[in-house]
Design a protein around this ligand. Structure first.
Ligand SMILES: [Zn+2]
Length: 181
């Protein structure tokens, strides 16, 4: 890339690659370098903005799929499994599984109960547990509030009774019920 330049001070035609004007001694700005440095800076700024935007979007939408017995759920990625709240009971008729996860602010516990083979009237069990009839996650179920402790939604998927317990009401929104698999 070559181009003829003229001195910005005296207007003299400059020699190719001249650092100073041969006529007046004015320093010739290195335009090509300035141009590319500016370009690199703009590209870097765009890249940084894009990286911040993408990582923020990525972090905000990041989820993990968890499975409690036969049922899959999606919960935020920052929740870590609580070993103490992982429990499976099977007495030959009823299989009951419960798992817990926590992040720095909140706690999630999901329990799934079923009668393997025989089937269970999950809607009836949910109804028997009581609470306020509510529709959540596309399922008709029952909403329960535990005084100063948390909130739960109990519902049935096929022959599974599911109970989603959260320490903060807003956490309900972060959970997605994938379904029985
Ligand atoms: Zn000059």
């Amino acid at each position: 890339f070559k181009m003829t330049d003229y001195c910005s001070k005296c207007g003299e035609k400059l020699k190719e690659d001249a650092l100073f004007c041969a006529n007046c001694g004015e320093k010739v700005p290195n335009k090509q370098n300035r141009f590319s440095n500016k370009h690199i800076l703009i590209i870097l700024i765009i890249f940084v903005i894009l990286a911040i935007f993408l990582s923020a979007t990525f972090l905000l939408n990041q989820t993990q799929t968890v499975k409690v017995d036969n049922v899959e759920f999606e919960i935020p990625a920052d929740y870590v499994s609580e070993p103490l709240r992982t429990d499976v009971n099977y007495d030959g008729n009823v299989k009951s599984s419960a798992m817990g996860w926590s992040n720095k602010d909140n706690y999630i516990e999901i329990g799934v109960t079923r009668t393997p083979g025989k089937g269970i009237n999950s809607q009836k069990v949910a109804e028997d547990l009581g609470g306020t009839p509510t529709k959540m996650y596309g399922y008709t179920g029952y909403y329960l509030e535990y005084e100063n402790e948390g909130y739960a939604f109990v519902f049935g998927i096929k022959d599974e009774v599911c109970m989603v317990y959260v320490s903060n009401y807003d956490v309900f929104d972060d959970i997605k019920v994938v379904g029985a698999v």
